[in-house]
Design a protein around this ligand. Structure first.
Ligand SMILES: NC(=O)C1=CN([C@@H]2O[C@H](COP(=O)(O)OP(=O)(O)OC[C@H]3O[C@@H](n4cnc5c(N)ncnc54)[C@H](OP(=O)(O)O)[C@@H]3O)[C@@H](O)[C@H]2O)C=CC1
Ligand SMILES: O=C(CO)COP(=O)(O)O
Length: 332
């Protein structure tokens, strides 16, 4: 199915901010792009104004064609799935019905499915067995990619040779894609860093200062590493772009929706007010991540505090007091 493909045409499922940014990146890499949106208004905006509504200010090249038909993606030799994690399964089921023969299917989502504890490459494996699951993740704001600012991410597939070919097809001068044979490690980093970025936002919202933020990044990374290793990630992957790299970006910038969500919680807003209609994946992943950590007896106190705050079980100050009252232990 992908043995001889030159990946000259790439299909992207989801025309939100990341799907649109990846479409621009793929077009800059010389690919023809078919960009699927569920909403006709989005398709029309792209066709008429060459702009995706969720990625304002970025001109989409003419080599990107928008469509609301999944069947129209048939020409693509690989798909990128840029969807919210909690809706990933239902959309991939529809893609599988339209393309039963399967294709390389690269998830660009960063989360864990709440109802099942599945990572997104597992969802692809379950609902579209003919596809070859892969994952693209790393420190990269859609707006930065769209503006052509230098960005580096990782593309992982258990067939690392395929990951290498896909990375080669999608790389352009400002968008560097490294390849990896550890998809689980790459997707764990992306899912966990969103939960930890909420904690960093809370600390800044509470005006705890930069030293507290650095402590949260380092202790948060200890949680990400313990959780990742328990669920089969390679240690080097967690230290790389998709783990530590994305954790540093997301905890360090109010451009991150997860950080901004935490910031608003720290400033006293309720979880519903703090979300403000924007997608903060960590808000959905926090509870299932902590449940999965407990199942493997992995300690994740920061993620536990974030999950408890979002569930309304504790207030932000009470949660922080609980973290500070933990017994002093060895650092590792
Ligand atoms: N934005 C970023 O900087 C980055 C995002 N990501 C990840 O990419 C994934 C997608 O996020 P992003 O593009 O930013 O999110 P957006 O909120 O910008 O867009 C979400 C997209 O998903 C579509 N969508 C929402 N619900 C459904 C549904 N039930 N069925 C089908 N489609 C749906 C939306 O369609 P509609 O517009 O019609 O509502 C929209 O196209 C997330 O996992 C995120 O973590 C990863 C790296 C960077
Ligand atoms: O994943 C991202 C950057 O790598 C985007 O982060 P947010 O989803 O928090 O905006």
């Amino acid at each position: 199915m992908s043995g001889q493909a030159d990946f000259s045409t790439i299909g992207i499922v989801g025309a939100g901010s990341f799907g649109a940014a990846l479409a621009v990146a793929a077009a800059r890499a010389g690919r023809k792009v078919l960009l699927w949106a569920r909403d006709e208004k989005t398709v029309a905006a792209i066709a008429e104004r060459r702009e995706a509504p969720r990625l304002p200010g970025v001109t989409l090249p003419e080599t990107i064609a928008a469509t609301s038909s999944l069947a129209a993606l048939g020409e693509a030799q690989a798909l990128i799935l840029a969807l919210p994690t909690q809706h990933f399964r239902s959309v991939v089921e529809a893609v599988a019905r339209a393309h039963p023969a399967g294709l390389p299917a690269i998830s660009a989502a960063k989360g864990i499915e709440q109802a099942s504890g599945c990572f997104t490459t597992q969802i692809i494996g379950e609902v579209w067995p003919a596809a070859i699951p892969a994952i693209l993740s790393g420190p990269s704001f859609a707006a930065d990619i769209g503006r052509g600012l230098p960005t580096a991410v990782t593309l992982a597939c258990s067939d690392e040779r395929l990951a290498q070919r896909l990375a080669g097809a999608l790389t352009s001068p400002a968008f560097r894609i490294y390849h990896s044979g550890d998809p689980r490690g790459v997707e764990i980093g992306g899912a966990a860093k969103n939960v930890l970025a909420i904690a960093a936002g809370i600390a800044i919202g509470l005006k705890f200062g930069e030293s507290a933020r650095a402590a949260l990044v380092a202790r948060g990374f200890a949680e990400l590493r313990r959780f990742g290793e328990a669920y089969g990630a390679q240690a080097e992957t967690l230290m790389g772009l998709s783990g530590l790299g994305d954790l540093v970006l997301t905890c360090g910038s109010a451009q991150s929706r997860n950080f901004a969500f935490g910031l608003a919680l720290g400033e006293g807003k309720s979880p519903a007010e703090a979300a403000g209609g924007k997608l903060a994946e960590g808000a959905f992943t926090a509870s299932i991540l902590t449940e999965m950590a407990r199942a493997k007896e992995v300690e994740t106190p920061i993620a536990d505090a974030v999950a408890a705050i979002i569930a309304g079980e504790v207030g932000v100050r009470e949660a922080v007091a609980g973290l500070l009252a933990r017994p002093i232990r060895a650092e590792n």
